[in-house]
Structure formats: C-alpha cells, structure tokens
Ligand binder design. Structure first.
Ligand code: DC
Length: 210
C-alpha cells in the first residue's frame, strides 16, 4: 500500500505519516528532507540557493550522510529549501529517489507537497493535511524555540504565508490537493486526534477498495 501525505508547512503531515507508517509497518520518507538537504549543502558551503545550476548539481549527487536532523530544521534551511524546490532541475533530480522509495515491495508512506499529484499519482490513499496559518505558525514557532531559535509570532506568521505562497505559486509541481485526496484539517486537534482521523480515512479507503 502506498500512502501519500501532502500539505503545507507545519500542518502535521510529518507526525501523521510517521504514525501511519508505524501502524501499518511501512517505511516512511519525509521528502522535504531531500529539499532541505540540498539547501543545507548549498548554505554550508557558502553557495546561494538561487544559483539554479549549482543547486541542480548538488541535488543530482545528494548524500544525506553526516547531516543531522537539527541541521535541517532551522528556519534558514527551510526557507532555502523552498527556493531550491522551485527549481525544476532539482525536482527532477530528486524524483527517482522518491519514486523508487514508493515502489519498494509492500509499499511506503511518503510525505511532502507533490506526492499525490506528481511522485505517486497512483497512491492507494492520498491525504491532504492542512491547518490554519495561525496554528501552523504557532507550531513552527514552538519547534524553532526548542532548537534555540527565538522568533516573534508575527514574523513566523509572515514567513509561513510567504512559504505557502512560494510552494503553491511555483510553476512546477505546485502545492495543491490531488483531486482524489482526502482532506484532513488538523486545526484545534491534538496529535492523537489527528492521527486517529488519518487512520480512519485510510481504513475507510481500504474497506471501500476491498
Ligand atoms: O516539508 P518541509 O517543510 O520539510 O519542506 C521543505 C521545502 O521543500 C518546502 O518549502 C517545499 C519543498 N518540498 C517540495 O517542494 N516537495 C516535496 N515533496 C517536499 C518538500
């Protein structure tokens, strides 16, 4: 079974995908990490995420070895990831990695922005996870605080809206719900409640298909 989980920044898709992967015993790929990995490699060697040719070169030879999760979660890397993600050559270079992961025997859970629309249009279950921009900004602010980055709520909300606009507005594989996706709004939901809802959707789809 392939489960595609898409949605904007801090909507809860990572938590939900990990829980689904564990529940169904499937491998999980956070595809945002690949874009963040490209951004991190560029920034840590003093290169610009706007340099399209170099970004594509880095994506084609991407190795995540030696990169810690904490390196990838910073606001700077997140913003640069969104810039490299608008680069078509970068997306092309990262496509096979994601596609091969999805096609492994038994299936997989992948989360990102274009899993249900581009990477796995044939996925068995597609979830589109969203939440209000204010709630997503609050969650991201808490996450960054835990990493030692202090940022005001207003600045976080502005960054969230800017990121939404860039991810949804790009020409190649923009963020949008696949037509056959199931919408899950996590605003006001606890992690447990959001995961329960996601599992219920997957079970309903499986039942309908059986
Ligand atoms: O999910 P995230 O915040 O870690 O993703 C970082 C950036 O990568 C995000 O701004 C958009 C991009 N991305 C993408 O374009 N396609 C994906 N499948 C995953 C992430």
């Amino acid at each position: 079974m392939i489960i595609a989980v898409d949605g904007p920044l801090a909507a809860g898709k990572g938590t939900i995908s990990k829980a689904l992967a564990e529940f169904y015993g499937l491998p999980h790929m956070d595809t945002g990490k690949l874009y963040r990995g490209v951004a991190y490699r560029l920034l840590s060697t003093g290169l610009s995420p706007q340099d399209a040719e170099t970004a594509a070169k880095v994506a084609r030879s991407l190795s995540m070895d030696g990169i810690e999760d904490a390196d990838l979660r910073t606001a700077q890397v997140g913003a640069a990831a969104s810039v490299v993600a608008a680069n078509q050559a970068v997306r092309q270079a990262l496509f096979d990695l994601q596609r091969n992961f999805a096609l492994q025997a038994g299936g997989a859970v992948l989360d990102g922005r274009d899993i249900g629309t581009v990477v796995c249009p044939e996925a068995d279950v597609k979830l589109y996870v969203s939440a209000s921009p204010e709630e997503r900004a609050r969650r991201r602010q808490t996450e960054l605080e835990a990493l030692g980055e202090v940022i005001s709520f207003e600045a976080m909300l502005a960054q969230t809206l800017e990121r939404d606009a860039r991810d949804s507005g790009r020409a190649d594989a923009p963020l949008r719900p696949a037509e056959d996706s199931h919408l899950l709004d996590t605003t006001g939901l606890s992690i447990e409640a959001a995961v329960d809802k996601a599992r219920l959707i997957v079970e309903q789809v499986r039942l309908a298909k059986s």
